[in-house]
Design a protein around this ligand. Structure first.
Ligand SMILES: [Zn+2]
Ligand SMILES: [Zn+2]
Length: 344
């Protein structure tokens, strides 16, 4: 490839394929030829609505933040990587000097530059540049496609860390989308054996069973409250108000509720008496920090099966179809854009 093709969002529902100059890496940056990009719910949300909360697409924006590729160029001061290295990209580069960064919570940096969050372009393109510290070498065991999924896998690892999931933890995962699926797999890899998953989509529940769920529940037929499910940790991955409420109610005393899924509204009802009477811990998650080495290690050791959630491959020219895949096909979990693929 000598060209840089990018799929650019101009307005809701309006993605255009454009040619752009290949970006120049800064002194500490690598130029990466993108080989695979996962489509995330946030990409779909920007595509459909042109905004997520306060983040509004005001200028043409390249979506995509779950990516891997090959180093195609290096800046003058780059030490970690050389041309030809295969890398997974951690898509948020924090400032490194603010209060949160200095405390190690760099995911909470107010000045982070995160792919596909306005005004920062993402990875639905042939080439991107990124700070060398946020490109992680991929071992031979992992494909480029698996490399792209280090990003959602990081979200799942972060959720399990927040919930302190271990071998003696009974885990309830509400929502079996891509993050819920990976949360199940990571919880199992961390030793959890009692793993209940809820969703309203039978296909997704089957995939969760294969991923290690010990029990699945279609809550469109049997509400959680009508079961005897109880858990030490709730990994809430649906954003649905009913799942939040019922999930919190299913927690044992001193349980931990980890809110990962994003709901339709800024505010939601929580059964506060349950939180108080059982001394529950309640936390949100915002992206992740220091998870890429663990993600790459887990995947390379075969402790998670990323291929199980990949449900489609689209060329860069067909990015719009990839963004529509979730609406078009109820069996879709994680579509990928593969720039090397031939257009449909
Ligand atoms: Zn994502
Ligand atoms: Zn910072």
């Amino acid at each position: 490839v000598t060209d840089n093709v990018a799929a650019v969002l101009h307005a809701p529902g309006d993605v255009r394929i454009e040619r752009r100059p290949i970006p120049e890496p800064g002194p500490h940056e690598v130029l990466v030829e993108i080989r695979a990009v996962g489509v995330c719910g946030s990409d779909v949300h920007y595509f459909e609505h042109g905004r997520i909360g306060d983040h509004v697409v005001r200028a043409p924006l390249v979506l995509g933040h779950e990516s891997a590729g090959v180093v195609a160029g290096v800046g003058s001061d780059v030490r970690r990587h050389s041309v030809g290295d295969r890398v997974a990209l951690e898509p948020g580069v924090p400032c490194g000097s603010c209060r949160e960064c200095r405390a190690g919570r760099y995911n909470l940096c107010p000045d982070v530059r995160f792919f596909a969050t306005p005004p920062v372009d993402g990875a639905f393109a042939n080439y991107v540049t990124i700070h060398e510290d946020f490109a992680f070498a991929l071992p031979a065991e992992l494909t480029d496609e698996e490399g792209a999924l280090m990003e959602p896998l990081s979200v799942a690892i972060w959720a399990c860390r927040k919930g302190q999931v271990g071998p003696d933890t009974a885990v309830l995962v509400t929502g079996a989308g891509p993050i819920g699926q990976l949360a199940v797999q990571v919880a199992r890899a961390l030793g959890a054996t009692e793993l209940t998953v809820t969703d309203v989509n039978q296909h997704r529940l089957e995939v969760a069973s294969e991923g290690g769920a010990s029990r699945t529940l279609d809550v469109s037929r049997t509400p959680l409250a009508e079961t005897d499910v109880e858990a030490d940790v709730l990994l809430e991955c649906s954003g649905h108000p009913d799942a939040v409420r019922e999930g919190v109610r299913a927690l044992r005393p001193a349980g931990r509720a980890v809110m990962v899924g994003m709901g339709p509204a800024d505010e939601m009802e929580i059964p506060m008496a349950v939180v108080q009477n059982r001394e529950l811990w309640l936390t949100g998650t915002f992206r992740y920090a220091n998870t890429y080495p663990a993600a790459i290690g887990l995947a390379a050791a075969g402790r998670v099966n990323l291929r199980a959630i990949i449900t489609g491959r689209f060329s860069l020219e067909d990015t719009e179809a990839a963004l529509r895949a979730g609406r078009d096909d109820p069996a879709s979990i994680k579509p990928l854009v593969v720039p090397g693929a031939a257009p449909a």
